[in-house]
Ligand binder design. Structure first.
Ligand code: GAL
Length: 484
C-alpha cells in the first residue's frame, strides 16, 4: 500500500477508536472515560461494574443498564461456566503465600498479543513476535516475555481432566509447542486467564480450578500469568468496603491469592500480573499477591490515555523490587500517536517502573519507533538492580505552576540522579529546573547528559543555576545529571 493510503487508514482507524470501541475492546466500567458503544455487529456487554467489553452480538442476551454509561449493554448469560463457584477462601483460611522472588523483581519487558490482535490470535503471530524479538534486537535490549492474551482456548474444559484446552485451530502445536519455540529463542512465554468463571471474552475462567490450571500452565512451560477479573459470581464479589478497610482480605484479593498459592506450588517460577483495572485498592495489597497490578482500564492509542495512566501511577506508586504498578500495555505503533507522544508513552512507563509489554505488530515498527523502545539508557533505568523505586514528581523552581499529570520528575539509579520532563501542553514550551530543586544539594557543579541521544549537553551549572530546554508538544526529555 502507498504510504499516504496507509496513513489515511491509520487516521481513519484512530478517529473510529475515539467514537466507538473496537471488537473485544473495553466500552464501559467505573473510571472508564473512553467510547461506550461498539462498532457494528458488536455489543457492549457488562462483565462487572468495572468492566464492559465489545463482544459479538450473537453471544449475548438480556438487556440491562450499564454501570457508568448510557449505551445499551447486555449481560452475558451463555458462558460455559455460569455456575456459582464454591467459596473456599474465607480470610482465616485463604492462602498467604507471597509471589516468587525468583522472577519479576524488575518490571517485565516483553510483548502481549491483545493490543495488536485482540481475539484474532494464533501460533504464527505469537511465534513471529518471538522471532522479531531476536531479529529486531529487542531480545538483546532486554525484552523477554512473549505473552498470549485472551481467546487462546476452546470454549469448554476437557470433560474428564477439567484442563483448559488450547484451540487447535489457533494453536496447532498447543501452548506447550509454542513454549518450546519461544524457549528455544532464549525467551519466556506468558499466558492469560481469569479469576472468575469465564474470561472477559467468554472462555473458561480459573476460579475454582486454580490448582489444575497452574499445574497445566507449568507443565506446558509457561513463565508468566496475566490474571483478569471478568465474570465474578456474586458470592465472590465485593460490593462495599471490607471490614477494617482490609482489602487484602476482600473477596477479590482472595480470588487472586488462591492463584498465587497454586502457582507457588509448581516447579516453575511464575511472574504473576493482577488485572483488576485499578480497583479494590489493589495498590495496597498487590505486592503481597503478585509482581504487578493494573492501575487503569484498557489502554488506547490516545494522549488522554497516556496522561491518565501517568496521573494514576503517580498517585499510587507503591512500587519497588518485585512490585510494580502496571500502566497497561504499550500502544507504540498503534493509532495516530505522534512520535513525541510515543516517546512520552515509553519514557513515562520507564520512569514510573511499569511493566512494558509492546502491543503492536512488531514488523510494522519504523526505525524511529524501534530506537525509542530499544533506548539502552532508558531501559537501564527501568531495569536497575540497585534502585527499585520510580522517579517522583518534584517542584523545579519556586512557584512553578502545577499540572496534571506533573511535568517534572527526579529518579535515582545505580548511576546517580535522573530528571525527566514531560511537556503536557500541545505547544512547544520552555521547561526549567534548578539542580538544587532536583535534590542534588546546595553546592557542587553539574552537567546534563541527554539519555535519548546518549550525549552530554554543553555547559556546566552550579546547584542554584537554572537549566532550560525547549520541549516539543507532548514530548518528554530524559536526563542523567553528571556530578563534576
Ligand atoms: C480486559 C483486560 C485487557 C484484555 C481483555 C481480554 O479485562 O483489561 O487487557 O486482557 O480483558 O478480554
Amino acid at each position: 500500500m502507498m504510504l499516504s493510503g496507509f496513513l489515511l487508514l491509520l487516521i481513519g482507524f484512530a478517529s473510529q477508536t475515539l467514537a466507538q470501541s473496537q471488537p473485544w475492546g473495553q466500552c464501559g466500567g467505573i473510571g472508564w472515560a473512553g467510547a461506550t458503544t461498539c462498532t457494528s455487529g458488536w455489543t457492549c456487554v457488562l462483565s462487572s461494574a468495572y468492566y464492559s467489553q465489545c463482544l459479538q452480538s450473537a453471544s449475548t442476551s438480556a438487556t440491562t443498564t450499564p454501570a457508568t454509561s448510557t449505551t445499551t449493554t447486555t449481560v452475558k448469560t451463555t458462558t460455559s461456566s455460569s455456575a456459582t463457584a464454591t467459596v473456599t477462601g474465607f480470610p482465616a483460611s485463604a492462602p498467604t503465600v507471597p509471589p516468587s522472588k525468583l522472577v519479576g523483581q524488575t518490571p517485565a519487558l516483553g510483548w502481549n498479543s491483545w493490543n495488536a490482535y485482540g481475539c484474532n490470535i494464533n501460533e504464527a503471530k505469537v511465534v513471529a513476535a518471538a522471532n522479531q524479538f531476536v531479529s529486531l534486537g529487542l531480545k538483546a535490549a532486554g525484552y523477554q516475555y512473549v505473552n498470549i492474551d485472551d481467546c487462546w482456548p476452546l470454549a469448554a474444559r476437557n470433560a474428564s481432566s477439567k484442563q483448559i484446552v488450547p484451540d487447535p485451530a489457533k494453536f496447532p502445536d498447543g501452548i506447550s509447542g509454542v513454549a518450546t519455540q519461544v524457549h528455544a529463542l532464549g525467551l519466556k512465554l506468558g499466558i492469560y486467564s481469569d479469576a472468575g468463571t469465564a474470561t472477559c471474552a467468554g472462555f473458561p475462567g480459573s476460579l475454582g480450578f486454580e490448582s489444575i490450571d497452574a499445574a497445566t500452565f507449568s507443565a506446558w512451560g509457561v513463565d508468566y500469568l496475566k490474571y483478569d477479573n471478568c465474570n465474578i459470581p456474586a458470592n465472590w464479589s465485593d460490593t462495599g468496603t471490607p471490614q477494617n478497610n482490609d482489602w487484602y482480605n476482600s473477596n477479590s484479593a482472595i480470588r487472586y491469592r488462591q492463584m498465587t498459592a497454586a502457582l507457588a506450588a509448581q516447579s516453575r517460577p511464575f511472574q504473576f500480573n493482577l488485572c483488576l483495572w485499578g480497583n479494590y485498592n489493589v495498590w495496597n495489597w498487590g505486592s503481597r499477591v503478585g509482581h504487578s497490578w493494573r492501575l487503569t482500564g484498557d489502554a488506547s492509542a490516545t494522549w488522554s490515555f497516556i496522561t491518565t495512566a501517568i496521573t494514576t501511577s503517580v498517585s499510587h506508586s507503591a512500587t519497588g523490587f518485585g512490585a510494580h504498578g502496571d500502566m497497561d500495555m504499550m500502544e507504540i505503533g498503534n493509532g495516530a500517536l505522534t512520535i513525541q507522544e510515543q516517546r512520552t508513552h515509553f519514557a513515562a512507563w520507564i520512569m514510573l517502573k511499569s511493566p512494558i509489554l509492546l502491543g503492536t505488530d512488531l514488523s510494522l515498527l519504523n526505525t524511529t519507533q524501534l530506537a525509542i523502545i530499544k533506548n539502552a539508557e532508558l531501559l537501564a533505568f527501568h531495569q536497575d538492580t540497585t534502585v527499585g523505586g520510580p522517579a517522583v514528581p518534584f517542584t523545579p523552581f519556586s512557584s512553578a505552576p502545577t499540572t496534571s499529570p506533573p511535568e517534572y520528575y527526579v529518579g535515582k539509579s545505580s548511576k546517580g540522579t535522573h530528571v525527566f520532563i514531560i511537556n503536557t501542553s500541545s505547544a512547544a514550551a520552555t521547561k526549567s529546573f534548578t539542580f538544587a530543586n532536583a535534590g542534588l544539594g546546595s553546592s557542587g557543579t553539574f552537567s546534563v547528559h541527554d539519555m535519548w541521544a546518549g550525549t552530554d549537553l554543553a555547559g556546566t551549572y552550579a546547584a542554584s543555576a537554572t537549566f532550560s530546554v525547549t520541549v516539543q508538544p507532548h514530548d518528554t526529555v530524559a536526563y542523567f545529571i553528571n556530578v563534576l
